[in-house]
Design a protein around this ligand. Structure first.
Ligand code: HEC
Length: 438
């Protein structure tokens, strides 16, 4: 027995749905927080090196502020960063079938790397903030050597690998095909789907940390620890906003590529709807970013920051819809195992014995994948009823033993119905939906 089997609890359809919602929440928090963290760390390294190169303490001050900006306390560090990631790994364990189980191992490794990254970032912060009087340090050169920067760079690297694993796991599990075949490491780590998602994350990180840095440090009057008078701080602000704008305009392009690469069998109306919303939100944020750059009114920067965060949440929403569609077949198998588990439990309590009721069977077993006039995972009943016409017996045969029919759909899993039950369900379909088709 392997460890993951212990963690994968028997789930019914309701708990699986709940896990999907938790996956959405966990991923939104994780990706947003880590993006701000990671982007700020990158910026800190950038300015730290610049300070060293130009022997300019202003840049050192900026690096210091970037690292202060993210790395405030343990609760945030582990609560928003590590904990949601571990939660995500736990949720994946519930869903992943045997042949792609390696994803779970990789996510556990990812969690370790993430923890290591957060820890190293703290060490870096410790070093850089020890330099209370950087002027003095200039002579010792200690804080301007690469030594502390190496901690930050390693942190950036390992955290990136953790995000990469997460994106890869998402890419693999949002493609319905993958629930039938062995895990492809290539697809997980190097497919275009993964790479463009990572690019979106990368651009988002840098821009969100830039915007956050600006509005957090310069907007509020009363904030004490304002970065020391940067020479020409308007110039600095404007440059930073311009950079964030440049990153931002690439995101919609990459998103459209991600959309184009998404397998058609996973695209549903809900996905499409949320995808459109995410693009609109993104465009609004870009416009606000542009205004704040043009007018230097930092209130716009603040709104842009929060609306970009809203975009990230919508993006995670699209991923969750894909995930939910792609794993329907798997979800069904898990729920069926649960039923067996549940029936055995009832039987052991001396209860059981079920009456056959077409409507109940339909509601319990078919609605997850079928609706009357809309494609869900399987085709709309409207089409299917038309197709079968009065060949009711053939439909019963199909339900008892589904065979692959249409290449546009994944194969329908066997529902494990007894002949009488299949008959009752098909009877119900004809009775209930038959009159609705012309
Ligand atoms: C896990 C998802 C899932 C569940 C649950 C499910 N189906 Fe399906 N169903 C599909 C898919 C996917 C297809 C398309 C299969 C294909 O084209 O190969 C399909 C196709 C069908 C078809 C059309 C077959 C044809 O010849 O075009 C019928 C009829 C059908 N399902 C009935 C049912 C009934 C009745 C139930 C409940 C007892 C049910 N399905 C439960 C996914 C599901």
């Amino acid at each position: 027995m392997n460890l993951f089997d212990l963690v994968a609890i028997p789930n019914n359809q309701t708990t699986l749905k709940l896990f999907e919602i938790l996956l959405f929440l966990g991923s939104s928090i994780f990706l947003t927080y880590i993006a701000v963290f990671w982007g700020s760390l990158l910026n800190a390294i950038y300015y730290h090196r610049k300070a060293w190169k130009n022997k300019d303490l202003n840049y050192f001050q900026i690096a210091k502020e970037y690292i202060r900006f993210v790395n405030t306390n343990n609760v945030a560090l582990y609560g928003f960063g590590l904990f949601p990631f571990v939660g995500i790994a736990f949720i994946f364990v519930q869903f992943t079938p045997e042949h792609i189980k390696d994803i779970n191992t990789l996510l556990i490794i990812g969690a370790f790397l993430l923890g290591l990254g957060l820890f190293l970032a703290r060490i870096y912060k410790h070093f850089i903030h020890q330099a209370q009087t950087p002027e003095a340090e200039f002579t010792s050169q200690f804080y301007f050597r690469n030594f502390p920067i190496n901690y930050a760079a390693t942190s950036v690297l390992v955290m990136f690998i953790a995000v990469w694993t997460f994106m890869g796991a998402m890419v693999v599990t949002t493609n319905p095909e993958n629930y039938l075949k062995p895990l492809s490491y290539f697809e997980m780590f190097f497919s275009l789907s993964t790479i463009f998602r990572l690019l979106v994350f990368f651009l988002f990180s840098v821009l969100i940390s830039n915007l956050g840095f600006i509005f957090f440090n310069f907007l509020s009057e009363e904030r004490e620890n304002k970065p020391a008078n940067f020479e020409n701080s308007d110039g600095f602000i404007q440059n930073t906003l311009a950079r964030s704008l440049v990153y931002a305009v690439f995101i919609p392009i990459f998103l459209l590529i991600v959309y184009a690469l998404t397998p058609h069998s996973a695209v549903t109306f809900s996905y499409y709807f949320v995808f459109t919303i995410s693009i609109i939100v993104l465009l609004v944020a870009i416009v606000l970013n542009f205004y704040s750059y043009r007018t230097l009114d930092l209130n716009f920067t603040k709104y842009a920051f929060f609306i970009f965060v809203g975009f990230m949440v919508a993006f995670v929403g699209t991923e969750t819809f894909l995930f939910s569609t792609a794993n329907k077949v798997q979800e069904f198998k898990i729920a069926k195992n649960y039923e067996v588990f549940h029936t055995e439990m009832l039987a052991s309590l001396g209860r059981g014995g079920v009456e056959i009721n077409g409507e109940e069977i339909y509601k319990a077993k078919c609605v997850a994948c079928h609706a009357f006039d809309q494609k869900v995972v399987g085709p709309a009943h409207k089409e299917v009823l038309k197709k079968y016409g009065d060949r009711k017996a053939d439909m019963i045969k199909f339900v008892l033993n589904p065979v692959k029919v249409d290449p546009a759909y994944p194969p329908m899993p066997n529902q494990g119905l007894k002949p009488k039950e299949a008959e009752a369900v098909v009877e119900y379909l004809y009775e209930h939906y038959g009159p609705m088709i012309k």
